[in-house]
Design a protein around this ligand. Structure first.
Ligand code: C2E
Ligand code: MG
Ligand code: MG
Length: 706
């Protein structure tokens, strides 16, 4: 405390005692002329006695507080305080003076209207003629605007410092004045390192120099610029940022500063890329998906139109994927699809697009072919690439494909149409068998429509009881008697009459409807068998044909439940499966067959000899009966080849302990030859075609023999 102020303080305390006595004589220590002068002062001036009671109040004070002199004089000064009880009111009446003497204080006061405002207060001691302290004089002025501005500034500087976005402020020459701590975190530069430098050190080579010139030009003309920009860290690494650059002008319109705010958007960019990838690429193989394929082909067609180019779409459908996926499980299926994708990718040129549509369907799009035949060459290359078996874990899988080709502009002008046509051609290639390709043609379109009709019709048939079963006898050659029946499905079409399974079973297999059909056939055949058994007809088994798709893991359980439901011994049921189903069979399928076999259900291998299966691995499957395909029976006894094949099948079956049945036996000569080979059973028109159940029962009752 200064000497002067301590003197003032001591005097104040002494003088206050005197003043207590003089209370009630307002303005005692202020002379009239002085009062007038004070009144003329613009500033508000308030005088008070040493006890704090107001003794003088000028016009300025009236203006500032809203109280007239009459209202104010005589009141204690505390009535002007914003918060008279506040302990932190640092200029608390006398303490303030003692503490601060004549120093300027910032205080909060209340107007008559109740409004609180910030005031600057300067207090000084008044002395009487003798020089003794007799009161205080306070000069007040409204500083609300200034205090608010300071508060805003403080707030701004906090925001500046604590912002997560980098902030950089430069002078008009774009030399750095200040940066915040986020700037350091983002770029690695401290304020000391960059102060005074131009902002060029943040530039990335990813933008050409004129890019920056254009930004600055934009800022000059428009006042600000926002956008994505590559920024360089101190480490030399570039990162994508979102920048907002503005200029600040002073009141006269002169340029004072530039400030840039930028955010690191690396993560957002990555997320965007991930989303883009998810939207346009197949998650399993990484190939473009259907959406991207459409986009790419659309673009290519625009180019092709402009430059009169030719293009082609190859629609690729894997041949034996579904049974592999169903039997070996999805993990193997997924792995296989990835390997297929790799082979396809490396079979074609980099500028050709390879996409996966889903499932086991792929597309190769060729955007610049000179002749239609080039598409055929690529199709052959693709087939050749898929030909070698895929070795996954312990499995060796031969997959193959069917390829349909549509050509721009011959077959169509739009992506959608070209893909549809290639798809149709692919079905045609499938029908042609094994691994082949086919170009689209107009009559294919008709066939595709027919197929679609069949599929819709079949759904309808399943719901409206249009399916029925015919039965064909299986005859024991030695006794000449019927020993079994093969259930063969028929479709009684409301308009077309009886439709052959040869027409609708392949459609049902492709569309997946076969699973529902098989379920229906199994149920109907067992019901029929039970009826015959109950009637004590001389029959011991009923055979049902199954497709690869029926081999779901729950097959054995379903069969068991059905047998229980119909109260039939398992030996009554024979399941005819085709060789194709064994070609890629896994341990799971073998286990399922073993389960069926253990239950007592018989398995027979239909159309034997037409597939690719090697005879050697037949040992692995619990097969009871081999069924010689009718294509070999047809040539017997004239065709030497057919005879040899039939002979080989029978002798091998005998060695492996399988029974043998020949199907499609139409003549006695065929029967005799087969009998001479040692074949045990026959099935065919020689004895009976497939017939409705009533007719079949009649044959049984009549004891019909060969
Ligand atoms: P498949 O199982 O090999 O059945 C034998 C087919 O040969 C039957 O044709 C039968 O009518 C015919 N056939 C019988 N004896 C002779 C003969 O002496 N000469 C000639 N030329 N043909 C004869 P269908 O009934 O038209 O069945 C054709 C194929 O449709 C069946 O071949 C089988 O693969 C399939 N199929 C039939 N019913 C079903 C079924 O319920 N489920 C499944 N998955 N497939 C079935
Ligand atoms: Mg059969
Ligand atoms: Mg057959």
């Amino acid at each position: 405390m200064s000497a002067e102020r301590s003197r003032d303080s001591a005097e104040l305390i002494a003088a206050r005692a005197q003043c207590e006595a003089a209370r009630g004589v307002p303005g005692a220590c202020l002379l009239a002329p002085q009062t007038q002068i004070i009144d003329q002062i613009h500033e508000s001036v308030v005088t008070m006695d040493l006890g704090g009671f107001i003794t003088g109040w000028n016009r300025g004070a009236t203006q500032l507080f809203g109280y007239t002199a009459e209202e104010a004089i005589g009141k204690h000064i505390l009535f002007l305080y914003a918060d008279p009880d506040a302990e932190d009111d640092s200029e608390g009446f006398d303490g303030a003076f003692l503490e601060h003497g004549g120093r300027e204080l910032e205080v909060r006061r209340r107007r008559k209207s109740g409004e609180v405002f910030w005031a600057s207060l300067q207090l000084s001691l008044m002395r009487d003629a003798r020089g003794d302290p007799c009161g205080l004089i306070g000069y007040l002025s409204d500083i609300t605007a200034r205090v608010e501005a300071e508060k805003t500034l403080r707030l701004q500087s906090r925001i500046f410092e604590h912002s997560e976005e980098s902030i950089l402020i430069t002078d008009p020459e774009r030399r750095v004045l200040s940066v915040n701590s986020a700037f350091y975190a983002m770029t690695g530069y401290t304020e000391e390192e960059v102060r005074g430098k131009t902002t060029a050190f943040l530039r990335s080579d990813k933008h050409p120099p004129h890019f920056y010139d254009e930004i600055w030009k934009h800022v000059e003309t428009e006042g600000s610029w926002n956008g994505e920009i590559w920024t360089r860290r101190k480490s030399g690494e570039d990162f994508p940022s979102w920048a907002s650059i503005s200029l600040v002008r002073n009141r006269d319109g002169g340029l004072c500063n530039y400030f840039s705010i930028f955010t690191d958007i690396t993560e957002r960019k990555k997320a965007e890329e991930r989303i883009h990838h998810l939207a346009y690429y197949d998650g399993l193989t990484g190939l473009p998906n259907r959406t991207l394929l459409y986009k790419l082909v659309d673009q290519a067609l625009v180019e092709a139109r402009r430059h009169r180019l030719h293009g082609a779409i190859l629609f690729i459908d894997l041949n034996r994927f579904k049974p592999i996926n169903d039997t070996l499980g999805h993990a193997v299926g997924d792995h296989l699809l990835r390997c297929v994708a790799e082979r396809l990718r490396s079979a074609v040129r980099t500028e050709d697009v390879v996409a996966r549509l889903g499932g086991d369907e792929f597309v190769v799009a060729l955007f610049d072919i000179t002749r239609r035949e080039h598409a055929a060459v690529v199709a052959q290359t693709v087939l050749a690439a898929l030909d070698p078996p895929f070795v996954l874990e312990e499995h060796e899988l031969k997959i193959g494909a069917a390829i349909g080709i549509s050509v721009y502009p011959r077959d169509g002008f739009e992506t959608e149409a070209l893909l549809r046509m290639a798809d149709i051609a692919m079905y045609r290639a499938k029908q042609a068998g094994q691994d082949s390709y086919a170009f689209y043609s107009h009559d294919m379109n008709q066939r595709a429509l027919d197929r679609l009709k069949i599929e819709t019709g079949l759904r309808h048939a399943l719901e409206h009881d249009e399916l029925l079963l015919y039965y064909q006898p299986k005859v024991d050659i030695a006794s000449g008697r019927i020993v079994g029946a093969e259930a063969l499905v028929r479709w009684k079409h409301p308009e077309r009459g009886m439709v052959s399974p040869g027409e609708f079973i392949p459609v049902a297999e492709e569309s997946g409807l076969i699973v529902r059909i098989s379920a229906w056939v199994l149920e109907a055949a067992l019901k029929q068998a039970k009826a015959w058994q109950a009637e004590a007809l001389p029959l011991t088994k009923v055979a049902v044909n199954l497709s690869a798709r029926d081999f779901s893991p729950d097959l054995a359980d379903r069969v068991k439940a059905l047998l229980v439901q119909h109260d039939l011994p398992p030996a009554w049921l024979e399941l005819e499966i085709t060789e194709g189903m064994l070609t890629h069979s896994s341990e799971d399928v073998i286990a399922m067959m073993d389960a069926l076999n253990a239950m007592g259900v018989k398995l027979s291998l239909d159309d034997f000899g037409t597939g690719y299966s090697s005879l050697a691995y037949l040992k692995r499957f619990p097969i009871d009966t081999l069924k010689i395909d009718q294509s070999f029976v047809r040539g017997i006894p004239e065709d030497g080849n057919d005879c040899a094949i039939a002979g080989a099948i029978v002798s091998m079956a005998q060695r492996l302990g399988h029974r043998v049945i020949a199907e499609g036996v139409e003549t006695r000569a065929q029967l005799d030859f087969l009998n001479s080979l040692g074949c045990q059973e026959i099935q065919g028109y020689l004895f009976s075609p497939p017939v409705p159940p009533e007719k079949f029962a009649e044959m049984l009752r009549a004891g019909k023999t060969l």
